[in-house]
Write a protein that binds this ligand. Structure first.
Ligand code: C5P
Length: 428
């Protein structure tokens, strides 16, 4: 009975720790975003953006221009941010003469979404005739702009020049995208979707991280090896862990190349993505991208064998049961290890060991034989870890003999821990 109770308490403690760990991991957590909303029909989408930011843990202060209020209300934003939303009336209100300073102070990022042609002009020329503009002047954090306007206005020389001025001053842009506009036109001018803007904000928040100036190459997904024009040998890798690693590297400020076998996942905003199918294609892509890289994290489940011959025509049922002869694929990690100093100068190489038995000894053997700095040992038979699911249970094994068993975590948290380990190894 006592033993049970103790075990229960221990479980509880672990659960709490896990929760704390989860919430402190979000790159949005406790970050202050100043969100300016100007007058475009796209303003209604900014409510989604503000809501997404808050759900991710950010503190969002919203400023609406007079024109924005024609499309949405301060209440819309107050409802999703849980904080007052400000308008020009507040500029002239009781705390008026210091409001913009207070809003700008301590902001980690100022975002203007949608940014109309008029607001871009105001910001480019340092005007201070509304609360949004005066707050932008007081702001010292990075500025991210999500333009929205009709195609002709975006193309106008005045707007082009304003965008150039803002870009030269260090402002970041997300969008505008091409597509249907309120005028009925199909052109460039649509505000980027809220999810895309969230990605751009995440990238901007990571830009001051410990991996600034570092290029990380990540591989993800399961390769496919063709049997004939329609059939392939593949594996159950979902690519989720690899894509999460790419995001985690971005969160630390790295430049990231993601070499992806087929997954159906969309890449995090800001990565350079390269799609490949087979192990041979992945090897070629890895070789090319590591020329200028500092770290390689091989999370992909690369096929170990492939059909020795590719049938040019679809195999016919009538021809009987086919005998498919297999041959080994190139081992990417082994190959690039032998090319160190010639094709690349990677400082850190990390691999994964997906095992169904003797996890740690097998992972240790791979760490040694592939000459890795770090291997992530992954028990793929546990129901809550490995292929397809969103959680993972891994142990990190280092070349210097250190071992670190992590509890059951979300794949994004595992990714953050692995990238923190890579960053630490890079620092040495
Ligand atoms: O030897 P095994 O396939 O179990 O090793 C797994 C690790 O090696 C993973 O990091 C995987 O991406 C990598 N690998 C590779 N080339 C292969 C097979 C696996 O680089 N052909």
């Amino acid at each position: 009975g006592t033993w049970h109770l103790a075990l229960g308490t221990w479980h509880l403690a672990l659960g709490t720790w896990h929760l704390m760990y989860t919430s402190s991991m979000s790159p949005f957590r406790n970050r202050r975003i100043l969100l300016g909303v100007s007058g475009s029909i796209a303003a209604y989408k900014s409510a989604d953006l503000a809501s997404g930011l808050r759900q991710a843990g950010a503190q969002v202060d919203v400023i609406l221009t007079a024109a924005a209020r024609q499309f949405v209300t301060p209440l819309t934003f107050q409802s999703v941010t849980g904080r007052p939303a400000f308008t020009d009336e507040d500029l002239w209100g009781e705390a008026g003469h210091v409001l913009h300073i207070g809003l700008a102070e301590g902001a980690d990022l100022m975002v203007v979404a949608p940014a109309t042609a008029n607001t871009l002009a105001r910001l480019a020329h340092g005007l201070a005739d509304n609360l949004l503009a005066v707050s932008a002047l007081a702001n010292r954090a990075p500025l991210l702009l999500a333009p929205a306007m009709d195609g002709g206005m975006w193309d106008h020389p005045a707007t082009r020049k304003n965008v150039e001025i803002l870009g030269d001053r260090g402002a970041l842009f997300v969008g505008p995208e091409s597509g249907h506009l309120a005028s009925g036109q199909q052109a460039v001018g649509r505000m980027a979707e809220p999810d895309t803007i969230l990605g751009a904000i995440r990238m901007a928040l990571g830009a001051g991280g410990p991996l600034v100036g570092v290029h990380v190459v990540v591989t993800a997904g399961g390769t496919q090896e063709a049997i004939d024009p329609v059939r392939r040998i593949t594996n159950r890798s979902s690519g989720k862990q690899g894509f999460a690693l790419a995001q985690a590297a971005l969160d630390l400020g790295a430049k990231v190349t993601l070499i992806a076998a087929p997954t159906g996942l969309s890449a995090p905003y800001g990565v350079r993505r390269e799609d490949v199918t087979s192990a041979a294609e992945m090897l070629a892509a890895v070789r090319e991208s590591i020329r200028q890289a500092d770290a390689l994290v091989m999370a992909a489940a690369v096929a170990d064998f492939r059909p020795a011959k590719l049938a040019t025509d679809k195999l016919k049922k009538g021809d009987g049961v086919p005998q498919i002869e297999l041959e080994p694929t190139p081992d990417i990690l082994a190959t690039i290890r032998s090319e160190k100093g010639e094709g690349h100068n990677l400082s850190v190489v990390a691999g994964f060991a997906a095992e169904s038995q003797d996890l740690i000894p097998n992972a240790q053997a791979k760490l040694d034989s592939k000459g890795l700095d770090l291997i992530v040992a992954n028990d793929i038979l546990a129901p809550d870890a490995g292929f397809g699911v969103d959680s993972n249970r891994v142990t990190l094994l280092y070349a210097d003999g250190r071992q670190e068993a992590l509890p059951l975590l979300g794949k994004d948290e595992v990714a953050a821990r692995v990238m923190a380990a890579v960053a630490e190894l890079l620092e040495r």
